[in-house]
Design a protein around this ligand. Structure first.
Ligand code: THU
Length: 163
């Protein structure tokens, strides 16, 4: 008979900060959050009408914006986060992404709850964090609250980066 007594139950704890408005954030994060909100205006979302903006802060202080870009062949479109991260990687290949902010809402109106990134975008964030060798913070913005996670691990536990 199998002995189950060796099994131990583990927990993964995630700590994050919640803010009511961007004004409660440190100036650097507030600026990035406002950039993400502004980037929503550049979304091309004729199918979902869900406009997402993202802003990436690089290690040289530069901010790169992205927005979701949809396509009639749906999988050919891309989320705002990956648009921003790939643009940042292409523009500043020798710099690191230090932080990313995300904002989204239907018809370009900022949603009440924070916009949370999809799994594929989290994986791409993880890759650039690994490339940097330093934590990349993730800021998710809603009109009622804003969340800040200090590192990608907090939104993608047990990251795959082993190859
Ligand atoms: N989308 C993003 O750009 N980022 C997210 O975090 C969630 C989803 C986009 C993809 C698609 O264009 C639209 O939002 C609806 O899913």
């Amino acid at each position: 008979m199998t002995n189950h007594n060796e099994m131990t139950e583990k927990q993964i704890n995630i700590t994050y900060q919640e803010f009511r408005t961007v004004d409660e954030m440190i100036p650097e994060d507030r600026e990035l959050a406002n950039e993400a909100i502004a980037a929503m205006n550049c979304a091309y979302a004729p199918y979902s009408h869900f406009h997402v903006g993202a802003a990436v802060r690089m290690s040289n202080g530069q901010i790169v914006r992205g927005s979701n870009q949809e396509n009639a062949a749906f999988p050919s479109g891309l989320c705002a986060e990956r648009t921003a991260l790939f643009a940042a990687g292409a523009r500043y290949p020798d710099k690191d992404a230090r932080s990313i902010a995300i904002a989204g809402g239907v018809y370009g109106r900022l949603g009440i709850e924070p916009c949370t990134p999809c799994g594929a975008c989290r994986q791409v964030m993880a890759q650039y964090q690994t490339k940097a060798g330093k934590p990349m913070s993730v800021i998710m913005i809603g009109s009622s609250r804003i969340w800040k996670f200090e590192k990608v691990d907090d939104i993608l536990p047990l990251i795959f980066d082993s190859i």
